[in-house]
Design a protein around this ligand. Structure first.
Ligand code: ADP
Ligand code: ZN
Ligand code: ZN
Length: 741
């Protein structure tokens, strides 16, 4: 056995993960005046070239590849306690390997911005004290003439450790006399952690409805797995009471003095869900999402670090939140694409990492959805996940009836077919609310000339500009280009017309059809700042708005008990996409939006407008529901060798010419030593090759087995990195990509 004391002393090289694109760690010596080397998981400030960077200690080592005299000492150790406990450290290292991304960048993605810059992990205040000399001066008459200094010193004598805030309450100006006192060594200050004086809270503040037998057996199964890793897929139709199951599972974990981590999709973190947790539990709940300011994010993260938060509720990156004594992990709407970071930097799936985190922590995890990802259903089929079903709606609600409207057979006004209008009339006049879903925002997706055939294109993308009529703008939804709306064709001077519909136009049409029914709209143009979403949701929830028109945003998380009719205006986009995941997404959206109907006591009705009523996907969905669809879709995936029956990695590149992007990918392909059973597809231009003035292409790697694929990537990536590339070329690796564009 080694002596632990000694091993710390001998292993005095500090390996630090730094936020740089280099796939390596950096060695440092302990800070000059330090007694011990810092523990793994602690943040440190280090010299790096001419910069000073904040990094995280990954490990301590006995030796370095560099000669010791070349190593520089740490400048500062920022934390007394690790900000990443060993469990989270392991998760981060796993993520770095699995996603082939530098550990330093992975760690930096796991920290709020201010923490990344070195902000203290625990809230601190400066406290003031009188020194011995100060007390002696008070006793003497040294300060007789300095009235303000004297008063300040007396206050500190009577109440040592007053904070700046406390002093500000007692004195108009305390800083000036304090400066004088400090200069004379009569006072000193020290930073101390804030001790929150929150009184002991009751665990439960409210109670929920009595659980249905299905809910109760789900809760029993989850609770029975306490203390070990057990992944559950909670498959329950919308309104079946999944949230109620989460609340009970969390309660059981809290009773065992554990903490809960609850992940929700970006848009699913509705005030309603947060409200339900806060209404149910008396213990502190920390909420982490991207809508917070940097300071708020830091504050929420600090509640996690200090352990004061017993429940941590957050979006994607909250999977890395420092939650000690974890007792349960929950991922709500586990199929949601926002759990995958795919845009920039470190691309990871928070859902998949959550499963791993639960495994490391040996706790149960509940993945909940009305429309589980095909991957998750396959995990159930393979015996890896246990399925818990909530087949019925909670309370009184009945499942909605669904039907298609064949757009080829009916008169259509501005995208809405006559039978849909009639149904709306019926539901509105019997006091129901109506939800109209369309997956496009703006007024119309196309502006066209009535004479010469000109169509307003985006200058920088292979896309058309969308008309935003109220704002009188033409906007590109891919690159953000924004121009005034022309009144005439810029090419020939004739009149222009708006072709097709978006939410704005549907709202206008509905206002003309139902002039006395207030309408609410929900899309990204309406929800621009904080509070916008809440105000639309509350207009609908209160019943003030009778019709709600919206995009994807309406499909998530809201409970509108009075919506009795849902109309899906165009299910057709996506039925014919080149992306193998497109059908899954259409099915999920249709089922999710349909689930908004009839959540209360009245039965719901769902109408889906389509030009392809015979499409096999729509048919399986309507005839057999999501399960039937999923069965068909999984069979197709198995036959075609797509995930979850294969593992896919995309190498993507973009440049100012298509040739530069593809020739890089071709060179990369040339370097790949392909093990048996591995397929390379491409390089091929992306479906929308030109976006924001850059051309995108991709190379796909596909393998039946994960391990050989990852080994091949380990050998390949350093070579790809050393390829000479034009300056404008950017590339990235996406493991388990969600979009194959
Ligand atoms: P989901 O998360 O599956 O959409 P929720 O948990 O939000 O479902 O439940 C839908 C509605 O049914 C909520 O208003 C909830 O309070 C109610 N509910 C849930 N479980 C029960 C139950 N066992 N008895 C009565 N009402 C319930
Ligand atoms: Zn024209
Ligand atoms: Zn554009």
């Amino acid at each position: 056995m080694e002596n632990p004391e000694e091993s710390v002393l001998t292993r005095s090289i500090v390996r630090v993960a730094l936020d740089t694109p280099l796939r390596r760690l950096f060695d440092y010596l302990p800070a000059r005046d330090s007694v011990h080397a810092p523990q793994p998981g602690v943040r440190v400030r280090v010299p790096f070239g001419k910069q000073r960077l904040v990094g995280v200690v990954q490990s301590l080592a006995a030796s370095s590849d560099l000669p010791i005299e070349k190593l520089k000492p740490l400048l500062e150790v920022l934390d007394e306690e690790p900000v990443f406990d060993p469990g989270v450290m392991e998760l981060l290292e796993f993520a770095s390997h699995y996603y082939h991304h530098p550990l330093g960048e992975v760690m930096s993605a796991a920290l709020p911005k201010l923490a990344r810059e070195g902000a203290p992990a625990r809230a601190r205040v400066e406290r003031w004290y009188a020194t011995e000399a100060g007390l002696a001066a008070l006793a003497g008459d040294e300060l007789k003439r300095a009235r303000k200094q004297r008063a300040l010193l007396e206050a500190l004598r009577d109440e040592p450790g007053l904070s700046g805030d406390a002093l500000a309450e007692k004195f108009d100006d305390w800083r000036t006399p304090m400066r004088a006192l400090v200069a004379r060594d009569f006072t000193s200050s020290a930073e101390a952690p804030v001790v929150s004086a929150t009184p002991e809270q009751p665990l439960l503040r409210g109670t929920g409805p009595a659980l249905s037998p299905e809910q109760a057996s789900a809760v029993t199964a989850i609770d029975g797995a306490a203390g070990r890793f057990a992944p559950f897929l909670l498959h329950g139709i919308t309104g079946s009471g999944k949230t109620e199951v989460y609340l009970h599972a969390v309660e059981h974990a809290l009773r065992r003095a554990r903490r809960a981590l609850v992940l929700v999709p970006e848009i699913g973190l509705t005030p309603q869900l947060v409200g339900r947790f806060r209404e149910r539990f008396g213990v502190p709940v920390a909420v982490l999402h991207s809508g917070l300011t940097d300071a708020e994010r830091l504050a929420a993260w600090r509640e996690c670090v200090s352990g004061s938060a017993r429940i941590v509720l957050g979006t994607r990156s909250a999977v890395f939140a420092p939650v000690a004594d974890l007792g349960i992990v929950i991922v709500d709407e586990e199929h949601d694409a926002s759990f995958k970071q795919h845009e920039s930097g470190f691309r990871y799936s928070a859902r998949d990492l959550a499963v791993l985190r639960a495994q490391r922590a040996q706790v149960p995890i509940v993945l909940g959805s009305a429309t589980p990802a095909l991957e998750s259903l396959q995990n159930v089929a393979a015996g890896k996940f246990t399925r818990l079903s909530l087949p019925r709606r909670a309370g009184q609600a009945l499942p909605p009836r669904a039907a298609v409207i064949d757009l080829r057979e009916h008169a259509v006004r501005a995208g809405i077919a006559t039978p849909a209008v009639e149904a709306m009339q019926r539901h509105l006049s019997s006091d129901g609310q109506v939800l109209v879903y369309i997956n496009r925002r703006g007024y119309s997706p196309t502006l066209a000339c009535t004479a010469c055939g000109w169509i307003a294109p985006c200058r920088d993308c292979d896309a058309r500009l969308t008309v935003h009529l109220a704002a009188q703008r033409l906007r590109c939804h891919h690159c953000g280009a924004d121009a005034p709306l022309p009144a005439k064709c810029p090419q020939c001077g004739y009149a222009v017309r708006h072709v097709g519909q978006g939410t704005e136009r549907v709202e206008e049409t509905l206002a003309a059809l139902f002039p006395d029914k207030p309408i609410a709209r929900l899309d990204r143009d309406v929800v621009r700042k904080r509070g916008d979403l809440e105000s639309v949701v509350s207009r609908v929830a209160s019943g003030e708005a009778r019709i709600l028109v919206g995009t994807q945003m309406v499909t998530k998380g809201h409970d509108f008990p009075n919506v009795t009719l849902v109309v899906v205006l165009n299910a057709d986009q996506g039925l014919f996409s080149t992306d193998f995941r497109a059908p899954e997404r259409v099915a999920q959206t249709v089922v999710q939006v349909a689930g908004r109907a009839g959540r209360g006591e009245k039965p719901g009705e769902v109408l889906i407008q389509t030009e392809y009523p015979e499409h096999p996907l729509l048919r399986s969905l309507l005839e057999e529901g999501y399960d039937g669809f999923a069965r068909t879709a999984l069979e197709e995936r198995a036959a075609a060798g797509w995930p979850p029956f294969a593992h896919v990695v995309a190498l993507r590149a973009s440049a100012t010419t298509l040739e530069a992007a593809t020739s890089f990918l071709r060179a990369a392909r040339g370097l790949f030593r392909s093990p048996r059973g591995l397929k390379l597809l491409g390089p091929a231009p992306a479906a929308m090759a030109r976006r924001a003035g850059r051309y995108h292409a991709q190379l796909l790697l596909e393998a039946g087995e994960r391990a050989p694929l990852h080994r091949a990537l380990d050998a390949w990536l350093p070579q790809v990195e050393s390829l000479k590339t034009p300056r404008d070329l950017r590339w990235s690796l996406d493991v388990d990509p969600l979009d194959l564009f």
